[in-house]
Design a protein. Sequence first.
Length: 155
Amino acid sequence: MRALLQRVSRADVRIEGESVASIGSGLLVLLGVGPADDDWVASGLAAKVAGLRVFADAEGLTNLSLSEVGGSALVVSQFTLFADARRGRRPSFIRAAGPIVGERLYEVFCEILASTGVPVAQGRFGADMAVELVNDGPFTIWLDSDELGIAPKTT
């Protein structure tokens, strides 16, 4: 699972010109799901996002998490985070999970993130969305569950 986090002062998702989700201060989370990902990975990554200290404290140091600042998360599915552009000029997306697995784990991620007390707004899985944001900083973080040691649970 991969997440591109952008600290924002506001973010909005529109579908066919209509706003379907928006937040004020918080994180825009662009979320990609891989074919080997499972509930365990979604849970681990959601916990990481909730606890990541990327907001400034009184001294201006990034010591506060999303929940500590009362921020929200806008989570948007984005299978293109698994693009493979090593060959040719057209990226391949075969490293992304299929839509059934992708949508289920996207929903699991959102539910677990919300269970930490973070207000969660969502885009619409599989829809053609226009995402508008004001990046605060700018401050952007790339999280990859494999690189974080969050591996699928083997049973």
